[in-house]
Write a protein that binds this ligand. Structure first.
Ligand code: NAD
Length: 374
């Protein structure tokens, strides 16, 4: 079998779906040929020669996209999609909630495995691309905020006087939010954090953050807040309003706000209203990590840093791609672990593990048809 690693073509996409480390393991049995498109790793600082040394052949885009199994970061589109062979399998972040995109993959006749759909079970943790990339996004969000902020993060006592520590609020304490708290803490900031799921309060406190409580006023609210399968659900409007007024009050005190709240398959919840931003201190920085899903912050713009009433709102997208080398290294290991469900790395035996619940959950199209999520 031919396994292809194309160069990603979307603007700003610096990651690559395999590294020399994973190529070596995929090629180890000697049964399969791995072809890497020339320059596929260059934006992640991986030279072609390293792939070659790991056992790959360096080829063209057509070679890599025309393989039997294609490992991608983002879903193939346009010319990329036209170059994928009918019947080939494609593994990547295929954007399963984009029905038109999945329909296009189905029409191209490929079997698509969308890693966003991995179930949140222990066995799938080593494959969990959303976690590995969200962790990086949470880290980079704080670094970007620190860069845009015109003051220090830590408290400093100098001969010229004392500098106060920055106050940081993190909204949404999943994987990205926890890493944002940990990173801001390492930089010396004072942290507050909030989430709809009450179970994360202990995690916030164990990282040295203060929990901002939004009380529940009914059993229904409490039950919805528990989420499902590790993910949040949309909260009732009454709770959202209570949250908005508590957060508006906290935001007035904050120097930096980082929002990471997502609900799978739906627009991101709006957590910070325009009048809340308007009432923040001049020089404050808001980073909206949910901007590509519609944004948690009113007024944030995808791909831009905008200034509203002296407050900077950072809406830069695809933050993992700004930490390309590590993002690729972790992503590629996730892909390898997923692939290992179907490919025996020692013997080279390959058969798509259709009975495995992990593989089943990720299948988004096959035989020309989109596969509905179970
Ligand atoms: P996510 O990216 O879907 O959402 C980010 C956070 O936003 C979540 O904590 C969510 O509760 C929060 N949120 C949603 N709506 C909100 C609102 N209105 N107000 C405030 N916050 C809101 O979530 P995630 O980071 O992918 O992870 C969610 C959980 O799943 C985490 O606790 C994580 O540890 C867990 N997880 C488990 C596994 C596993 O068991 N295999 C794997 C990965 C993650």
């Amino acid at each position: 079998m031919l396994i292809g690693i194309p160069r990603e073509t979307r603007p700003g996409e610096t990651r690559v779906a395999a590294t020399p480390e994973t190529v070596k393991k995929i090629a180890a049995s000697g049964k399969h040929e791995v072809v890497v498109e020339a320059g596929a790793g260059s934006a992640s600082s991986i030279p072609d020669a390293d792939y070659r040394a790991a056992g790959a052949r360096i080829g063209t885009a057509r070679d890599a996209l025309g393989a039997d199994l294609v490992l991608k970061v983002r879903a193939p589109i346009g010319d990329e999609l036209a170059a994928v062979k009918r019947g080939a399998a494609v593994i990547g972040l295929l954007d399963p909630y984009d029905a038109a995109g999945i329909e296009a993959l189905a029409r191209a006749g490929l079997s698509g495995f969308a890693l966003e759909r991995l179930p949140r079970i222990t066995r799938a943790q080593s494959m969990d691309v959303l976690s590995s990339q969200a962790n990086i996004a949470g880290y980079k969000a704080v670094i970007l905020a620190a860069n845009e902020y015109g003051r220090f993060m830590p408290m400093l006592m100098t001969a010229a006087g004392t500098v106060k520590a920055a106050r940081v609020l993190v909204m949404g304490v999943g994987v990205a939010g926890l890493q944002a708290i940990a990173t801001a803490k390492r930089l010396g900031a004072v942290i507050e954090a909030s989430d709809v799921r009450p179970s994360v309060k202990d995690q916030v406190e164990s990282l040295g953050g203060k929990w901002v409580d939004v009380p529940y006023e009914s059993d229904e609210e409490r039950q919805i807040a528990e989420g499902v399968g590790g993910y949040a659900r949309p909260m009732p409007p009454a709770w959202m309003q209570r949250q908005a007024s508590i957060i508006a009050e906290r935001c007035r005190q904050m120097d930096i706000v980082i929002t990471t709240a997502l609900i799978p398959g739906r627009p991101a919840p709006k957590l910070i209203k325009a009048d809340t931003v308007a009432a923040m201190k001049p020089g404050a920085v808001v980073v909206d990590l949910a901007v590509e899903q519609g944004g948690n912050v009113e007024g944030s713009e995808a791909g831009r840093i905008v200034v509203r009433n002296g407050v900077k709102i950072v809406g830069l997208t695809n933050l993992p791609a700004l930490v390309a080398t590590d993002a690729s290294a972790l992503y590629a290991r996730n892909v390898l672990n997923f692939l290992a469900l179907s490919l025996n790395l020692k013997t080279g035996d390959y058969a798509i593990a259709r009975d495995d619940e992990i593989v089943q959950a990720t299948l988004v199209c096959e035989n020309g048809q989109a596969v509905a999520q179970k």
